[in-house]
Design a protein around this ligand. Structure first.
Ligand SMILES: [Mg+2]
Length: 483
């Protein structure tokens, strides 16, 4: 185990909701709930103000509306979240080449692998502790200055404890666990806090009277192995003692790249399912190429309407990063899956990664054949009109939904960006009975005025999100709940 708390875990506070509050000045300090707004939608993120009413992530939206009827309920704007995420991940990569993103707003950083490594190894342990603390505080300040959002930081000698530390630091804080204090910190936490301990394992442990991590730590390893099996039992025992040797793995060292989307409404139409699959394949290839990689095995994941989840995979003779090859394979795999009843979630992944693409003749020939097949399939594609529910779940690559003349009625989603020829940029507060209400305000300014229009007002059009301004106003800071 390392002697310095040099593994940093960063987690943005109530990320989607905080971005919305930072870009919509009238929502600062107010309850905000971001997620799927219709039908079976669930909460993606609730602001701290909404959490006080009991609203939390993954809760059905209908329940959130009952608990906190006065909150602003908004659709997610993934395009903007990704821009903010890119900025934050960029700051992390200045600290170390070893950055392991866990999601759009969360990552591990190994500070010893970066520019501070030498200083950390050279100095006394006490100086090292103060240095990593300063690095963590500077990072939080840089995020606030750059995009006006608060983040929480955990620092310790292991990934597992750093994640627990950032959780304890929330919101807008930093917690550092000095090596040697691991067991003390873990003692009172429930066993569920251990990575890999889900409801089933927790129940097995509870039946023999083990509910706290400290109790698991005191249990002989053989007993845990007998209860949970060799690998799992030994792993749980080590974690309970604060031992976690898992290294921080940069994305380029990952064994696979995958992307997935959950749909707010089950996709029932096969053409629409293929369209989404192609889009996911394209996104997956972009990530693969960004990392300078290629892969041999294409995997698709399909969660059906009844929550059954299937994966299908196929392996190529040599690695590829060709979008046509990957999407053609994904489609072939999709053809093996029963789609009747609808699809809730789709994913595309590539594994068996290599650092380069092997250009042998066989692969070349196969690519050409598959490209031809994909081109043929694309020619069968239905019309170019956007599927109308795009705006409803707005995936990161969702095209702007407005096509003049394509759709008779436009759907205005709460939170959506718009612009008016006379009043300028704003966002949709709500719509109904042929009217749409828009608040005209921009990030970093004072709360703006509300005006109402006919839903088909030609002067009102969808717009791209405006970038967040820096932390001079620090909108999220004053909206964070007191600890
Ligand atoms: Mg977060």
């Amino acid at each position: 185990m390392r002697s310095l708390p040099s593994i940093l875990h960063l987690d943005m506070d109530a990320f989607f909701a905080s971005v919305e509050q930072a870009s919509k000045p009238s929502l600062r300090g107010k309850p905000v709930v971001v997620g799927g707004l219709s039908g079976r939608g669930v909460v993606a993120t609730a602001s701290y103000e909404a959490r006080r009413f009991g609203v939390h992530s993954a809760m059905p939206m209908a329940q959130a509306r009952r608990l906190c009827p006065n909150a602003a309920f908004l659709v997610p704007r993934f395009e903007l979240y990704r821009q903010v995420s890119d900025f934050v991940m960029g700051l992390l990569r200045e600290l170390s080449p070893l950055v392991e993103p866990l999601s759009v707003d969360e990552a591990f950083v190994d500070l010893e692998a970066g520019p501070y490594g030498e200083l950390l190894r050279a100095g006394a342990p006490a100086e090292g502790v103060e240095l990593v603390r300063a690095v963590g505080e500077d990072l939080r300040a840089d995020i606030l200055t750059g995009v006006g959002l608060t983040a929480s930081v955990g620092l310790s000698g292991t990934k597992f404890l750093s994640k627990i530390a950032s959780e304890q630091a929330k919101p807008d804080g930093l917690v550092l666990i000095e090596p040697g204090r691991e067991r003390e910190i873990l003692a009172e936490l429930p066993v569920r806090a251990l990575p890999g301990v889900g409801p089933a394992t927790a129940e097995t442990l509870r039946r023999v009277g083990l509910t706290r991590i400290s109790e698991v730590a005191r249990t002989p390893e053989d007993e845990l192995v007998r209860l949970l099996g060799r690998a799992h039992g030994a792993g749980v025992h080590a974690l309970a003692l604060g031992r976690d040797e898992r290294p921080v793995v940069a994305e380029r060292d990952a064994k696979s790249v995958s992307v997935e989307d959950t749909f707010e409404v089950d996709l029932a139409d096969v053409d629409r399912i293929r369209f989404e699959l192609d889009r996911l394949a394209a996104r997956c290839v972009r990530r693969l190429r960004d990392a300078g990689r290629s892969g041999r095995t294409v995997v698709i994941k399909v969660r059906r309407f009844d929550f059954t989840t299937l994966t299908r995979s196929e392996t190529l003779p040599s690695p590829t990063d060709d979008p046509l090859v990957i999407s053609a394979m994904a489609r072939r795999l999709l053809a093996q899956v029963e789609l009747v009843g609808g699809v809730r979630l789709l994913g595309v992944g590539v594994s068996g990664l290599a650092d380069f693409t092997q250009e042998d003749l066989f692969a070349q020939a196969q690519r050409e054949a598959e490209a031809a097949e994909a081109a043929e399939a694309a020619a069968d594609e239905p019309g170019e009109g956007e599927p109308e529910s795009d705006a409803a779940y707005g995936g990161p690559d969702a095209p702007r939904a407005f096509h003049p003349g394509a759709a008779p009625a436009r759907r205005w989603m709460p939170g959506q960006d718009v612009t008016h020829t006379e009043y300028g940029p704003g966002w949709v507060q709500g719509s109904g009975v042929g009217r749409v209400t828009v608040r005209f305000e921009v990030p970093g300014a004072v709360p703006g005025r509300v005006r109402t229009f006919a839903v088909d007002d030609p002067e009102l059009t969808p717009a791209s999100p405006l970038p967040l301004s820096g932390g001079a106003q620090s909108p999220a800071a004053d909206s964070a709940a007191p600890r």
